[in-house]
Design a protein around this ligand. Structure first.
Ligand code: C5P
Length: 235
């Protein structure tokens, strides 16, 4: 069971954007023990499935399974129950799956012995206003993301994935309870890669983020351990 009090100290989640499970352990052994959370996304999960999760469990690490579930309520409910049997601590769903799907995910998590926290993605950061118009969404992107976020929390979802630039507004709008997970973290001198709206670890913590998702600044660093220690130090 996750200790919610401990969660209130902001944690790093290292994004394992790798294709081979064999690359997981050589990376993790280099990183500070303080880093407990690792993200498995679509590429690694489709390539290696539960093998990736089992490696993390064997290494005593916590798992953020980022599969962005979006399906009928029963399918999502079953997926949440199954994820809980594989030591998944955080799991993503799409808020746009709607209230019934979100409630099904939250209800399923509440039934688990070892419940994952469910966090919702609102509007994908790759979408712009023109895409929303094509999708038939008339409201502005920020308003749309906020409305989806509020709906998800009202349906019992534990938190949201958001840009560090949205975290402070969401925190003041939604209060202290929802867990905020923020990718787009870069050190001031770091390369931004393809991220459009980045923040430093310190600024993301100040904005109220509970989990900082960090991929390339650690995984592709020449010295991953030093890169991770610099990020921890900045927090
Ligand atoms: O390498 P980088 O630190 O940019 O990686 C961030 C991680 O967070 C990647 O796994 C990326 O897919 C994920 N992510 C993101 N932006 C979102 C949602 C997820 O960067 N809006």
């Amino acid at each position: 069971m996750l200790d919610r009090q401990n969660l209130r100290k902001t944690q790093i989640i290292v994004a394992l954007d790798l294709s081979a499970a064999a690359d997981i352990s050589p990376l993790i052994v280099q990183l500070p023990d303080e880093i407990q959370w690792y993200k498995v996304g679509l590429e690694l999960f489709i390539g290696e499935g539960n093998r990736a999760l089992d490696i993390l469990t064997a290494m005593g690490k916590r798992i953020f399974l980022d599969l962005k579930l979006h399906d009928i309520p029963r399918t999502v409910e079953r997926a949440v129950l199954t994820a809980s049997q594989h030591n998944v601590g955080l799991l993503t769903v799409h808020a746009s799956g709607g209230p019934a799907m979100l409630r099904a995910a939250a209800t399923a998590a509440a039934q688990c012995d070892n419940p994952p926290l469910i966090v919702a993605v609102t509007a994908l950061t790759s979408l712009d206003h023109a895409d929303l118009t094509t999708l038939g969404v008339a409201r502005d992107l920020k308003e749309h993301a906020l409305a989806l976020g509020r709906m998800a929390i009202d349906c019992g979802i534990d938190g949201l994935v958001c840009s560090p630039h949205e975290a402070a507004a969401l925190r003041s709008d939604l209060g202290p309870q929802p867990i905020l997970v923020t990718p787009g973290i870069r050190m001031p001198e770091g390369d931004v890669d393809d991220q459009k709206r980045v923040a430093t670890p310190a600024d993301a913590v100040k904005a109220g983020s509970d989990f900082l998702v960090v991929g390339r600044p650690i995984v592709q660093a020449e010295h991953p351990r030093q890169a991770a220690l610099r990020i921890l130090d900045d927090m």
